[in-house]
Design a protein around this ligand. Structure first.
Ligand code: S3P
Length: 449
């Protein structure tokens, strides 16, 4: 059942060829950060290309609850911020919906202010671990009171006299790193985060863009990020690039749908995000980067994906996991159409996303005739080769947008298609998924039956 209303059953069927241009929405990670850093600046930040998905809208509502003004002006979103340390205490519980990024980053923002706030979310978010964020926030002097196992709903009492922190993240997580950096903004002195593996670096880049003093150093310990506390952030004009994690769906759909040729323009190819595209090329995908350029300090290209009937299963290097962590579900859907096994080690984090993504994909793929083996931090999908996948199963999306979209892509090339019990979570990150895919020629639809 959907968190935001009625479940929307959906189906996809063999179709195509897919053709045309896929204009995917703005980057979700960058959109959250643009609203948050806009709120932490004094004056007006303008954001174009903001993802208007439910996750980001929930973060906008949260920023209002802490005292920012957030409104839409034509194509742009405008944030009139309160400045670092200028947060008001919210009068209501902050509902972050489905968004782990939203709640974890916002907890970081308020943890070093002398205010109290209570956070909740949908059934998926309320089941996800928060200690990974509240542990480092406690070092600043904040206190957290949640349900057993560090689950939401949770009240955070911000530090009265915050102290800066030096913290080595125990899990590869951009959300944890970002929560600590955002908390460090309102602490005196230098806050340092050390990450063993590089995770997406949008917070570091955008903090620098807003005028914070952030330095990054590679060392044998890992990546060391140092932030000078209590800066005055200056409002910015931000053009959000399009989301590589959303681009993944039309790209993968084109690769497995006979005769397809799809262009996905203006996709950010920040190396901390682009691991899927490297992996697909290693599998033999006809995926090319056109018009490669730099925009706003980020590498950007137009992606062209063509039907690729000779994909081969591969072993995905575990060191690449952080740069494609949200793309394993759709990779596993493509892997079903490759020759031979695709082995994906070093991916324990997939078990604590919007759903347990290894379990959700494994069960759904098995229901569609694909063999999958799994362990705590690895899984292997036995590809059947193009033309040999029967499909015809019904899968559960488990309040997880990427599970729903991955199976709808899978169904485009499976003989009997696929049915997803609830496509409503797709609205959290890719509200135009259905018309966009239909526009390319994909038989993706609501199941009215
Ligand atoms: C995100 C970080 C990742 C990713 C999520 C967005 C971010 O989560 O899965 O979709 O914007 O910082 P983790 O930090 O838990 O790896």
């Amino acid at each position: 059942m959907s968190a935001h209303g009625r479940a929307i059953p959906m189906i996809s069927k063999p179709s195509g060829p897919l053709s045309g241009e896929a204009h995917v929405p703005g980057d979700k990670s960058i959109s959250h950060r643009a609203l948050i850093l806009g709120a932490l600046s004094v004056g007006e930040t303008r954001v174009t290309g903001l993802l208007e998905g439910q996750d980001v809208l929930d973060t906008g509502a949260a920023m209002r609850a802490f005292g920012a003004e957030v409104w839409k002006d034509g194509d742009a979103w405008v944030v009139h911020g309160f400045g670092v340390g200028g947060l008001a205490e919210p009068e209501q519980v902050i509902d972050c919906g489905n968004s782990g990024t939203g709640v974890r980053l916002i907890m970081g923002v308020m943890a070093t202010s002398p205010i109290t706030a209570t956070f909740t979310g949908d059934a998926s978010l309320n089941g996800r671990p928060m200690a990974r964020v509240t542990d480092p926030l406690a070092l600043f002097g904040a206190r957290a009171y949640g349900r057993a196992g560090g689950r939401l709903p949770m009240t955070i009492v911000g530090a009265q006299m915050p102290v800066p922190v030096r913290y080595a993240t125990p899990v590869p997580s951009a959300q944890v790193k970002s929560a600590v950096l955002l908390a460090g903004l309102n602490a005196p002195g230098e806050t340092v985060v050390i990450e063993r593996e590089a995770t997406r670096d949008h917070s570091e880049r955008m903090l620098t863009g807003f005028g914070a003093d952030v330095s990054v150093e590679d060392s044998p310990e890992g990546r060391i990020i140092t932030l000078k506390g209590q800066p005055e952030l200056r409002p910015q004009t931000i053009a959000v690039p399009r989301d590589p994690s959303s681009a993944a769906f039309p790209v993968c759909a084109a690769l497995i749908t006979e005769g397809s040729d799809v262009l996905v323009p203006n996709i950010g190819l920040n190396p901390t995000r682009a691991g899927l595209f490297t992996t697909l090329r290693e599998m033999g995908a006809d995926l090319t980067y056109e018009n490669e350029r730099q925009e706003g300090g980020e590498p950007v290209a137009d992606l062209r994906a063509r039907f690729s009937p000779d994909l081969k299963g591969i072993e995905v290097p575990p060191g690449r996991a952080a740069s494609m962590i949200d793309e394993y579900p759709v990779l596993s859907a493509v892997a079903a159409f490759a020759e031979g096994p695709t082995y994906m080690p070093g991916v324990k984090e997939l078990r604590v996303k919007e759903s347990d993504r290894i379990d959700a994909m494994a069960q759904g793929l098995r229901a569609n005739g694909i063999e999958v083996e799994e362990g705590e931090d690895w899984w292997r999908v036995q590809g059947r080769g193009f033309g040999n996948v029967t499909g015809g199963g019904t899968v559960e999306s488990r309040l997880d947008h990427r599970i729903a979209m991955s199976f709808l892509v899978f169904g485009l090339a499976a003989r009997d298609g696929v049915r997803v019990d609830d496509g409503s979570p797709i609205a959290t990150s890719f509200p135009i998924f259905e018309p966009l895919m239909q526009g390319l020629g994909a038989a993706v639809a609501r199941d009215e039956a």
